[in-house]
Design a protein around this ligand. Structure first.
Ligand code: 2P0
Length: 319
């Protein structure tokens, strides 16, 4: 893919992210080209530190959180396949070391930060001076959501139109919102029932409700971007929650159905909705797993942590 030199040791970091307007459905599965644009908030210091170096043992080695992985594990094989884009057939054995700072108890997937950090580390290791937009495009080939993890803050991934994906990458919104907060309410921190990739493809293939999704999701993304720029928290939160529930509705209508949300997830939503009737300004979003994420502003933090003592709060615009 790229004309690269010999690798050197290089370390990089990328934050994880949570979509406020979701990526769900691909128009091209091999290139991870989405059917709709999406918009996320990055999770500051919750992410992946990745180092790429030439392997002195002469064979590829991948480690994750201090453990050297068997080459058959999904993470190792995906990471090396991705590195092949940079090696382009040359014999350049690599040592890839990744450490996630996302608390295990948060139960958040780390493929977004993992592939974004790996992209940055590989670009540095192979001495490629690419723009961040170019890195975002490359990260997309590893995992769609990684496209957005090249940046901090609010990030929009425009779906693009080109068949080769050359215009499908993310860019940051030039907005800071120091009072913006995210909380993870952990429900189930074990491995998920279906990978998001399989869940997404199955929904596109079988859900009669999916036809309504791409246009609605595109409109949601535009609206949420406008509300981020206006810093209109209520309108942003309402639309983000509606967008997440609509995504889950497309999965529930898949045949057979996919349900990432459990009774515990729904119980959290019921509690949130009851508190909102009493004036709490917090909104929920859920991804391909049972955990519930809340968004709110700093002035609501005490109320949120009183209602959900297990909440893990993230400050996306810290310092
Ligand atoms: C998102 N998700 O926008 C959506 C919402 C999950 C639900 O992006 O196949 O792991 O690697 O492109 O990026 C998770 O999907 O899927 C995801 P691939 P990915 O955050």
């Amino acid at each position: 893919m790229v004309d690269a030199g010999d690798p050197v040791e290089f370390a990089a970091y990328a934050p994880s992210n949570i979509a406020l307007s979701k990526y769900w459905g691909k128009r091209d599965r091999s290139r991870n080209l989405p059917l709709n644009s999406s918009l996320s908030i990055s999770l500051a210091e919750w992410g992946s530190h990745t180092e790429v170096a030439p392997s002195e043992s002469g064979i590829d080695q991948v480690s994750l959180n201090g453990e050297v992985l068997d080459m058959g594990t999904a993470f190792a094989s995906k990471a090396l396949k991705f590195a092949d884009l940079f090696r382009a057939g040359r014999a350049q054995p690599l040592k890839i070391t990744t450490r996630n700072t996302i608390p295990t108890a948060a139960g958040l997937a780390s493929s977004a930060s993992g592939f974004a950090a790996l992209t940055r580390a590989l670009c540095g290791s192979f001495s490629l001076s690419l723009s961040e937009a170019e890195m975002s495009l490359i990260a997309r080939l590893g995992s769609g959501s990684a496209t957005r993890s090249i940046w901090h803050g609010f990030v929009r991934w425009d779906k693009g139109r080109a068949e080769d994906g050359s215009d499908s990458f993310a860019t940051p919104l030039d907005v800071t919102w120091p009072d913006f907060r995210i909380a993870i309410i952990p429900v189930d921190v074990g491995p998920k029932s279906h990978s998001s990739r399989d869940g997404m493809n199955h929904t596109v293939d079988t859900s009669p409700l999916f036809a309504a999704w791409p246009d609605q999701a595109e409109a949601d993304c535009d609206f949420i971007e406008a509300m981020v720029r206006e810093q209109n928290f209520t309108a942003l939160g309402q639309r983000a929650e509606a967008n997440a529930l609509a995504m889950h509705a497309t999965m529930q209508a898949a045949r057979p159905a996919i349900t990432y949300l459990t009774q515990d997830s729904w119980a959290i939503l019921e509690r949130l909705w009851a508190a909102r009737k009493n004036g709490l300004e917090a909104y929920a979003t859920m991804d391909a797993g049972a955990n519930v994420k809340l968004i709110f502003e700093a002035q609501s933090q005490d109320d949120v942590t009183t209602l959900f003592p297990e909440a893990q709060v993230i400050v996306p615009f810290a310092g």
